[in-house]
Design a protein around this ligand. Structure first.
Ligand code: 2P0
Length: 363
């Protein structure tokens, strides 16, 4: 329950200090699309935590003599003051204040940078909000060193969700499930949990090469897209389908059945975009090159039997997924046939990762 995340002890918080966290992005296999108030997902989702695509955030904090009316913070992104991000951060701080009641007593200097190129069209809200949530919670942990690692991660995921839904899947690794799922004890709408069942070694070190088809801003934000699932004619069936796909994935992960994995992952990606195309107002985030890439992947798979597939985020970029055993073949195929469809030939070689890491701040 939400109230379990409100600190009950009388804690003595530090006067000043600096903490740092690096949090990765993630790619959903079963998609979160549609939400209820307070960042509660309309259906459960599951994602691969990524490795290379990450946000690094440092938080310098100084206790003020008295609490301020408004949150006192500065935000710098890649070395420059970025005031345009401040309203989003202020909203986030407002949403989590009940759970971190010390926030108004500090002046916070937040400094972030991404490992992936700025405006690459990669969602930075997941890694960005996860890194910030971890830094803010670290301040509580300094006052409460007895907090267990499990409680720390769970609360970090809970807080990150209030910044951006998918961010709650960017704390741990390497397969994270978020959303209350009948029969899956420990699952919750409030935070992500490590996938608790057996996963076949076929999924170890799984690759995700992100093809940057379009690096600019998307035409419709994810928040607007989620909102359009309210009253959507296919919403109920879609939410039901996500539950069923999660159920189907259980034996697939256990047995390492890549063919069935591909069928679910690609269907989820196209269903996500089908929901956008059938919203009112309707919209399309895929571009001609997105479809060219999908068709090339299908053709290559048919001709060679390689276990390669795609998934999509809420944008035109294509995530190309393949197992470690197919790496050499797939990279060659991507370079020979797919890179031509990327903006300026840009792509990111990523893979499944282990989750967020603390950054040492002692020099
Ligand atoms: C996902 N996406 O499961 C889905 C699939 C994009 C496509 O969650 O409004 O940035 O901050 O909760 O998490 C993107 O939406 O939305 C997203 P908010 P978020 O990853």
């Amino acid at each position: 329950m939400e109230k379990d995340f409100v600190p009950t002890q009388n804690l003595v918080y530090p006067l000043e200090g600096t903490v740092g966290w690096k949090a990765p992005s993630n790619i959903a296999l079963v998609k979160y699309w549609g939400k209820k108030p307070h960042q509660i997902p309309a259906n459960p989702s599951i994602s691969f935590t990524l490795d290379a695509s990450a946000t690094r955030t440092f938080l310098k904090f100084r206790r003020m003599d008295e609490a301020k009316e408004a949150f006192s913070f500065d935000f710098r992104f890649e070395g420059k003051a970025k005031d345009s991000f401040k309203p989003k951060i202020a909203t986030f701080l407002g949403r989590i204040e009940t759970y971190l009641p010390f926030l108004r007593h500090y002046h916070l200097e937040i400094e972030s940078s991404n490992s992936f190129p700025h405006s690459s069209g990669i969602a930075s809200s997941a890694s960005g909000m996860a890194a910030l949530a971890l830094c803010l919670l670290e301040l509580e942990r300094l006052a409460n060193p007895e907090m267990t690692l499990e409680d720390f991660k769970q609360k970090a995921s809970f807080l990150a969700r209030l910044g951006s839904g998918s961010a709650c899947r960017s704390i741990g690794g390497s397969l994270i499930q978020w959303g209350s799922t009948p029969g899956l004890s420990g699952s919750s709408d409030l935070y992500g949990i490590p996938y608790p069942y057996e996963v076949h070694p076929n999924f170890n070190n799984f690759h995700d090469t992100i093809l940057l088809v379009h690096k600019g801003q998307k035409t419709v934000s994810s928040s607007v897209g989620h909102g359009l699932m309210k009253g959507h004619p296919f919403a109920d069936n879609r939410f039901q389908q996500a539950h069923e796909n999660l159920k189907k994935l259980r034996p697939i992960f256990k047995e390492g059945d890549l063919e069935s994995f591909i069928a679910i992952v690609e269907s989820e990606a196209l269903t996500l975009h089908a929901m956008m195309m059938t919203s009112q107002p309707y919209f399309i985030l895929m571009l001609p090159n997105t479809l060219e890439i999908i068709n090339r992947i299908w053709q290559f798979r048919k001709e060679t039997g390689t276990a390669i597939c795609f998934t999509l985020d809420a944008g035109a970029n294509v995530h190309v997924l393949y197992p470690e055993s197919e790496k050499t073949k797939c990279i060659q195929f991507i370079q020979n046939e797919l890179v031509a469809y990327c903006e300026n030939g840009h792509y990111i070689c990523d893979r499944i990762g282990k989750g967020a890491q603390r950054i040492s701040t002692s020099l």
